[in-house]
Design a protein around this ligand. Structure first.
Ligand code: PEP
Ligand code: MG
Length: 537
């Protein structure tokens, strides 16, 4: 048995096989100098890519049906396309490394397809890119992981949001990563999925790879590779106790969240997709306080269409059956990158072109999203919320765009619901200016993850900053009090949707400050309701 520790981000115990997720090497290998060797590497990589695609085809056929799976078949055909194979061969003969040739020839072909008039052929550009990137990634040492049968514990150096979005979530029992922080998006996903997880762990990927059984104790922050019989028995007992604790919380299902003195709060869920909305309902959420809409844009090769977005928002609205749903507009940038947007590389992405800043500079991206939200508003109770607001003019400009989209849709005859517009308060500037913003917003929701990062100038992703990332810092709590006061004075509601919203040590404090909504991972709702109902405040 080997064991070690990490920072627990969600309690619980998981036991199962470990699967190691490895990132592809970022650096392109250089040519070895022998074209025949490079050519052989390319052919082997194509064979491996075909094998992977054939697995994917079978999976897609089962889960999505034959018609959708055909996309994968098209990608497999490209690996037999003579134009592609011959152009790669020519580049290799001219001295290029196999990985570079595979990627560059794929890109040239993709550009030709992207320039065609026929919409279907145009759309094939993304498939061509996808296949050539797959071949190149295999030549770079491979990325991703082999999917086992059944459920497993995922062990990785770190996971980017664009990677987590592609994971088979229903099969993951726990995450263990070497990097990450408690407010990183891997931790947020673990909480959404209700699975015990450790970040900043001292696990060696080889130890996870070579063991038969792996276990995670999210209560103590311990991992075990091949736990011995006694340890396994203790872990299983903890699992049973946790299940009993969850069963006891069922007494709070369907109840209102009201303190003993009569203060009511709405306990809502944070979600990223229609599937998460189902988890929200299962968790007994009274609404969705934060839909991280950017997850609909990650893990893919092109922008989602207005129609795709509309379908997703409509699904969420319908699943939530009239309960309020706050959709945060696209918050891409920083750790959430979509390569196809071709945004310029930045030295300080957390302070760069992200969130509302992208939307205000790229109407071609923002308008379709707003149209989709407004169209879906006829099917439930939707609100819009803007992320990363720092100035009043930004809110005004975004609201003007909303008004213009609304007019356009009304003229086109679409039925629309009422759609309140709120500000996500997550920059110190927005917090300090809460009084002015409250006059122009219908509600506030505080993003404590970023508010802590920006107030304390501490990178939320940086695993080495540990205790310096302190959401209990008086500066952060002072801003939280100020925001609630300004909201109350303006007669608007204020909520908290950062990770602090589920912190049991602060539930009473937030209610006393005047917050009337707390939004959190679906699995935290019943325990928070118990706290609220037992509270005297
Ligand atoms: C936040 O910043 O607190 C928040 C809820 O948004 P995200 O974690 O997606 O940045
Ligand atoms: Mg944020």
């Amino acid at each position: 048995m080997k064991q070690g520790s990490g920072l627990p981000v969600f309690p619980g115990v998981a036991i199962g096989p470990a699967v190691v997720y490895r990132k592809a090497q970022q650096e392109m290998p250089v040519a070895c100098g022998d074209a025949a060797v490079e050519q052989k590497k390319f052919e082997d990589a194509c064979a491996e890519a075909k094998r992977q695609l054939s697995d994917l085809f079978e999976k897609a056929k089962k889960e999505l049906g034959e018609e959708k799976a055909a996309i994968v078949e098209v990608q497999m055909l490209m690996l037999e396309d003579l134009d592609y194979l011959e152009s790669v061969q020519a580049e290799i003969s001219a001295g290029a490394a196999a990985a570079t040739a595979a990627l560059e020839c794929g890109e040239s072909m993709a550009q030709i397809f992207a320039g065609l008039d026929d919409e279907y052929m145009k759309a094939r550009a993304a498939d061509i890119r996808d296949v050539s990137q797959r071949v190149s990634s295999i030549l770079c040492g491979g990325g991703g992981f082999q999917l086992p049968e059944g459920n497993f514990i995922l062990v990785a150096e770190d996971l980017a949001p664009s990677e987590t979005i592609q994971l088979p979530r229903e099969h993951i029992l726990a995450f263990v990563t070497q990097q990450g922080s408690s407010s990183s998006h891997t931790a947020i996903l673990a909480r959404t999925l209700n699975i015990p997880s450790l970040v900043q762990s001292d696990i060696a990927l080889e130890d996870a790879q070579n063991c038969h059984i792996f276990a995670v104790d999210g209560f103590t922050g311990t991992w075990y590779a091949d736990p011995d019989v006694e340890t396994l028995a203790v872990l299983k007992q903890k699992q049973d106790e946790a299940a009993a604790g969850r069963a006891a919380l069922e007494a709070y299902r369907g109840r209102k969240s009201i303190t003993k003195s009569g203060k009511q709060v709405l306990l809502c869920a944070n979600i990223g997709s229609p599937k998460d909305a189902e988890a929200a309902m299962k968790g007994d959420a009274e609404g969705v306080g934060l839909m991280r809409s950017e997850f609909l844009y990650l893990g893919r090769d092109s922008l989602p269409t207005e129609e795709e977005l509309f379908t997703a928002y409509r699904q969420v609205a319908e699943i939530m059956k009239g309960r309020p749903v706050v959709i945060r507009t696209l918050d891409i940038g920083a750790d959430k990158q979509a390569d196809y947007l071709n945004l310029p590389a930045e030295e300080n992405p957390a302070l760069g072109l992200r969130g509302l800043r992208i939307c205000l500079t790229r109407e071609d991206i923002f308008r379709p999203q707003l149209r989709a939200i407004y169209r879906a508003s006829a099917y439930g109770s939707l609100s819009i919320m803007f992320p990363m607001v720092a100035s009043v003019w930004e809110l005004r400009r975004a609201k003007a765009l909303c008004a213009s989209v609304r007019r356009e849709l009304t003229d086109q005859g679409y039925p629309l619901g009422e759609v309140p517009i709120g500000v996500m308060v997550e920059t110190p500037a927005a917090a300090v200016q809460a009084e002015a913003l409250a006059l122009e917003a219908d509600f506030f929701s505080v993003g404590t993850n970023d508010l802590t990062q920006y107030t304390l100038a501490v990178d939320r992703q940086n695993a080495n900053l540990g205790e310096f990332y302190d959401p209990y810092h008086p500066a952060v709590l002072g801003l939280l009090g100020h925001i609630a006061k300004c909201a109350k004075a303006a007669g608007i509601w204020a909520g908290i949707c950062g990770e602090l919203g589920a912190d049991p040590k602060l539930t009473e404090t937030f209610i006393q400050m005047g917050y009337t909504e707390l939004s959190m991972a679906p699995g935290r709702i019943l325990e928070t309701r118990k706290l609220v109902c037992e509270s005297e405040v």
